[in-house]
Design a binder for this molecule. Structure first.
Ligand code: IMP
Length: 435
């Protein structure tokens, strides 16, 4: 896997952290290419649980370099806390690299995010209130503060002043907030600079050198295709592009450096925040998925909205990403919930049906999923380690999804533990070699 991109194929929270963690073991570099601490992944290692928001999960592997690419927005307080938290648990951060070109989340971004949501009232986006949108907005407006600015106090102060000035009107209710004092903000960020300096690097060059040397680079996306700023359910999206194409921009490599793209999907669907969700279940089955799957946000703790697997949206995500492999996580959560439904088309209340994901938001907001029913299974599948270990109904479920999407299943998750996975592609390769 010289250049492999891992992306979410739904509305985020598909279990990318665990997949990255598993693949990181074999990768030389893991680089995150977009998003910020709106993401969160939990990695289970034996009895230990690690919750990370910014640092790629590969940090747990000694031999893997872990980079935060230029496309990520970094809250330096969160990042320094994460580094310290790992160190306290005996995990060093010597392998961490931070792009000098990544933009930083500033206190006024967090305040603007919260104020923006309050202003929208019932039309709010349901953001994570981490300042992600305002930070990317400043980046585009060329008012952003970058990691490299931490290294020069004079430049830092000048840039903060220029960026904060246009926001005074919007932040008037916070005028006396000590967090917004130019002097103390500059001091605070200079301190972060001292703590982070040793990790700051040219991460694009790092990727080129590794790829040139024939080593493998794993590009780790956050969120998911349906939260994409351009192609997702706008405006109920995040402010970056969580699709594979963005790996090039957010890490600094060309499309020809990417060999494979794996999309991660749960065996069902979840969403946090507002916005359309045609296969949502607001009934006892939805509650059961939430309970069985532990569907509460890693970043905000919010209960996630749950529903059946939406194949219309998943096929759309497959095209957007040019997916070469599909990873299906949490198949075990469906055990005992039979018969199962999968969304195969949408129907508008006025009668029109849609086989493809509709581009018009008025259609999408009122679309209801139509389903194909598939048999469920009762057997405990958590100790399955090959496709043959699964009951026939579970195998049929996977086949149906792969056929519908037109992308082969490469990995299946059957429980939260690191070993609770089925490596489909590898087992197939081995079988072919043996034949
Ligand atoms: P923001 O990214 O905080 O601006 O939030 C915009 C939308 O993206 C909201 O609906 C959030 O709930 C959603 N979102 C952002 N990050 C994640 C994630 O990691 N998982 C799931 N949803 C997310």
């Amino acid at each position: 896997m010289p250049g492999l991109v891992i992306v979410g194929a739904q509305w985020g929270d598909e279990g990318k952290g665990k997949v990255t963690d598993l693949l990181a073991e074999r990768a030389d570099v893991v680089i995150r290419f977009q998003g910020g601490n709106n993401a969160g992944h939990t990695i289970v290692r034996g009895d230990e649980e690690f919750k990370l928001h910014l640092i790629p999960s590969g940090i747990l592997h000694e031999g893997t370099l872990c980079a935060i690419g230029n496309g990520v927005v970094i809250d330096p307080k969160i990042l320094t806390d994460e580094i310290e938290g790992l160190k306290r648990r005996g995990v060093g951060a010597a392998n961490l690299r931070i792009s000098a070109n990544a933009h930083m989340i500033m206190p006024y971004h967090v305040l603007l995010d919260t104020a923006g949501e309050a202003r929208l009232g019932s039309s709010k986006i349901g953001t994570t209130k981490r300042g992600i949108g305002p930070c990317y907005a400043d980046k585009s407006a060329r008012l952003g503060i970058r990691v490299q600015d931490l290294l020069d106090e004079k430049i830092l102060r000048k840039k903060i002043m220029a960026a904060m000035e246009p926001k005074r009107q919007l932040l008037r209710p916070h005028a006396k907030d000590p967090d917004l004092d130019l002097h103390s903000m500059t001091e605070e960020y200079v301190t972060y600079g001292h703590r982070l300096e040793q990790y700051i690097a040219d991460t694009a060059r790092l990727c080129w050198e590794e790829l040139d040397a024939g080593r493998s680079v794993l590009f780790e996306g956050a969120q998911g295709a349906l939260l994409d700023l351009d192609h997702g359910t706008y405006p109920f999206v995040t402010s970056s592009n969580p699709i594979a194409g963005a790996a090039c921009v957010g890490a600094g490599v060309g499309p020809t450096d990417i060999d494979e793209v794996w999309g991660i999907t749960k065996a069902y669907t979840t969403r946090v925040g507002s916005g359309p969700f045609p296969s949502e279940l607001e009934d006892s089955v939805g509650d059961r998925l939430r309970e069985n799957g532990g569907e509460f946000g890693t970043t905000t703790g919010r209960p996630r909205r749950c529903g059946w697997l939406d194949l219309v949206a998943l096929r759309y995500a497959a095209r957007l990403n040019g997916m070469t492999g599909l990873v299906i996580t949490k198949l075990d959560v469906l055990t005992g919930i039979g018969p199962l439904q999968v969304a195969v088309r949408y129907r508008h209340p006025e009668g029109a049906t849609f086989d493809e994901f509709p581009y018009h938001q008025s259609v999408l907001h009122r679309a209801q999923a139509e389903y194909e029913e598939l048999p469920g299974w009762e057997e405990d599948i958590s100790s399955a380690r090959s496709i043959e270990d699964l009951p026939e109904a579970a195998r049929d479920y996977l086949d149906f999804v792969a056929d519908f999407i037109g992308v082969p299943v490469t990995v299946v998750g059957v429980g939260p533990g690191r070993d609770q996975v089925i490596w489909v592609s590898e087992q197939e390769e081995k079988a072919l070699e043996a034949a």
